[in-house]
Design a protein. Structure first.
Ligand code: AMP
Length: 344
């Protein structure tokens, strides 16, 4: 496997594919704290790869984060941290338009307009709202209306395609429904109906305990963890069985192997697999190999992150250029919509 982070410092030629070149992709990521490798393989890496294949609009979903986060300091810090980490992981502002959601407040007006055609039943059926309430998150209007804001995020930029995890698939259906209702009511060409890009190959990254990796399960491996902290997480949190060192080790359901596969070359992975079959190597060594592969994999991103952190003006500049470009698009769409609905 080639490490997609390896070429970060070199100008990669754009390899536009003819069928994708005119497509506009949109992805929003919530600034919900330290990013983990599930976020990386499930959301960040696909976004970084897509920026070479069309026009990418990527934003930090800080309005959305307000549905679950009350501290202004935390929201500010997490928004900044996500900008830094996304850039470190390969987001190229020459290719992608990168901005904070709140820098384009037009999105709220569109969300309101979409709300006027949004049946209550549509929102009531959304799993994510029910699931968040079950986790004890306050059932506010914003949490309930989240899919309408997400629809506005997507439609405001005339997005053609939205890469979504299975968890967000339903919200994209809401977006298409609302776009369809607006077109029926106010003109057939008002909105494009965005297509989901659902990558079946983006498997769920397991956490250190074997469940889905998630910040809320306390089983996450951070992308930019401190060396000691990550070694400790791998050593303490991955539970192994009592197979003696010299015996073969089970491979089915092995968390070490599943995680190692993400970072190691195919040759390294096959060697670890053979060592499981043959016996003679202990879990301590496997964990050490896993740490080393992880550490090596994210080395270029760590180096880039150190540079980005040392140049805060670069982040400011990227975000303000991105916001200006995003607002240009947003105001075009909003003028069109205002005229169509009778607000202009
Ligand atoms: P979250 O902040 O947990 O909502 O995650 C943001 C995005 O990261 C999700 O929509 C997924 O695309 C991705 N993601 C999070 N956890 C995982 C995981 N364990 N495996 C794969 N992708 C994940």
């Amino acid at each position: 496997m080639t490490n997609p982070l390896r070429n970060l410092f070199h100008d990669q030629p754009n390899f536009y594919e003819p069928n994708l070149i005119h497509m506009r992709f949109l992805t929003g990521l919530q600034p919900s704290g330290q990013l983990h490798i599930g976020n990386y393989f499930g959301a960040i890496l696909p976004a970084v790869q897509l920026q070479n294949k069309g026009e990418a609009f990527y934003f930090i979903a800080n309005y959305h984060a307000m549905t679950t986060m009350a501290s202004p300091d935390e929201l500010r810090a997490n928004t900044r941290a996500l900008a830094v980490d996304f850039l470190a992981c390969g987001l190229d502002p020459q290719k992608a338009v990168f901005f904070a959601q709140s820098a384009v407040p037009e999105v709220n007006e569109l969300a309101w307009i979409l709300s006027t055609v949004c049946p209550m039943g549509l929102l009531e059926r959304c799993h994510s709202y029910k699931e968040k309430m079950a986790r004890g998150i306050a059932a506010t209007h914003a949490l309930f209306a989240y899919p309408a804001l997400m629809a506005a995020d997507i439609l405001l930029y005339d997005s053609d395609a939205v890469p979504v995890g299975k968890d967000q698939k339903q919200h994209l259906e809401v977006t298409r429904d609302l776009a369809g209702k607006m077109n029926d009511a106010f003109g057939a060409d008002l909105f494009k109906l965005p297509e989901p890009i659902i990558s079946e190959s983006t498997a769920i990254v397991p956490g250190l305990d074997g469940q889905k990796m998630s910040k809320s399960y306390g089983n996450a491996l951070p992308i930019f963890g401190d060396e000691k902290e990550v070694r400790k997480l791998i050593n303490k949190k991955i539970v192994t069985d009592a197979t003696p060192l010299e015996d073969p080790k089970p491979t089915d359901g092995s968390i070490i192997l599943a995680l190692y596969k993400l970072f190691a070359s195919p040759m390294q992975y096959d060697r670890m697999l053979d060592q499981h079959h043959s016996g003679g190597v202990g879990y301590g060594q496997f964990k050490k190999d896993l740490f080393e592969a992880y550490w090596e994999y994210f080395r270029p991103a760590r180096e880039k992150r150190a540079w980005v952190l040392a140049h805060p003006e670069y982040v400011d500049d990227v975000l303000s250029t991105g916001a200006a470009r995003a607002r240009e698009e947003a105001s075009k769409t909003l003028s069109r919509v205002r005229r169509a609905v009778g607000l202009a």
